[in-house]
Ligand binder design. Structure first.
Ligand SMILES: [Zn+2]
Ligand SMILES: [Zn+2]
Length: 293
């Protein structure tokens, strides 16, 4: 189910190199993100989590009500690995663009005084935006930057939780909702597979689920006449699906037109020019991209 995500860090490195070659304009950004992705995949192999369990009753009730399996605050994470990854990502960022490297330097200096990574991790999972606001103000950095390091340090654990929980999903009953069956978040990317089957990728836990082929994932009211898309001639593997009903868009990767290894977070980052174009056309992203800097 999450086969696209099950790449080793070595495979991720190859995928990043392939994209850098075909899109040199992204080389600098991918120098940084490539390091982030590799560190996250390496981390996945080391994390140690208690199994998340759902009772049969709860599982049945969730399926009946079309509710996601867990709330965000119920995700668990490996404290040591997440804290180590937080440091690794900050160190990687000191080599990135000036804005990010300056913020990373400030964060590294404040670790264990103003910043306790564990407090940020639980703050993110519990929706405690105030902690991010306060620390960002105190340190003179931007809140999304702090959110970026926090979310990306938790991400390997979040993905591991989602993989574990996926066994509770009913494989015979397609999940046709527009939100993730594991955590309830909106999709960040859409993927067309070999047979033309469409999958959506969760913006939070990166779980993939099957979706209706012609449908806006962000609103229920869309009809065929509301849906259209654009793509560029040079880059036919990714199109942008637009919905006139809710004025939102989602990028769709057509795997039938891609020869490289597919790693959804990389596809998301290396197509940001399409986000800019869609937004210039008056459409909004379907999810708030708080983790991108
Ligand atoms: Zn999810
Ligand atoms: Zn829509």
């Amino acid at each position: 189910m999450t086969s696209y995500l099950a790449l080793t860090s070595e495979q991720v490195k190859k995928a990043v190199a392939a994209v850098k070659k075909s899109k040199p304009v992204y080389a600098e950004l991918l120098d940084f993100y490539g390091g982030v992705f590799e560190a996250q995949e390496d981390c996945k192999g080391r994390i140690d989590l208690e199994p998340l369990q759902l009772s049969e009753d709860l599982q049945t009730a969730k399926a009946r009500e079309k509710l996601p399996l867990i709330e965000i605050e119920a995700f668990i994470y490996d404290e040591n690995e997440s804290a180590n990854l937080f440091l690794t990502l900050c160190h990687l960022a000191t080599e990135a663009n000036p804005k990010l490297s300056a913020a990373a330097g400030v964060i590294l200096n404040a670790i264990e005084t103003t910043i306790k990574p564990d407090a940020l991790f639980s703050g993110l999972l519990n929706g405690n935006e105030a902690i991010f606001e306060n620390i960002a103000n105190e340190l003179g950095i931007e809140k999304p930057v702090l959110g970026f390091f926090t979310y990306n340090s938790l991400k390997p654990s979040l993905c591991a939780c989602a993989d574990q929980l996926a066994v509770y999903l009913d494989q015979n009953e397609p999940w046709l909702q527009a939100y993730c069956p594991i955590c309830g978040n909106a999709p960040i990317l859409s993927i067309l597979e070999d047979e033309g089957q469409r999958k959506l990728v969760c913006s939070f836990c990166w779980h993939l689920w099957s979706a209706k082929r012609v449908h806006c994932p962000y609103c229920d009211g869309s009809q065929n006449k509301d849906l259209h898309y654009f793509y560029s001639e040079e880059e036919k593997d990714t199109r942008v699906d637009l919905c006139d009903n809710c004025k939102k868009y989602i990028k769709t990767l057509d795997t039938r037109k891609v020869a490289r290894l597919i790693y959804p977070p990389l596809e998301q980052i290396s197509t940001m020019h399409l986000d800019i174009k869609a937004q210039e056309m008056g459409f909004e992203p379907g999810v708030k991209l708080f983790m991108q800097v």
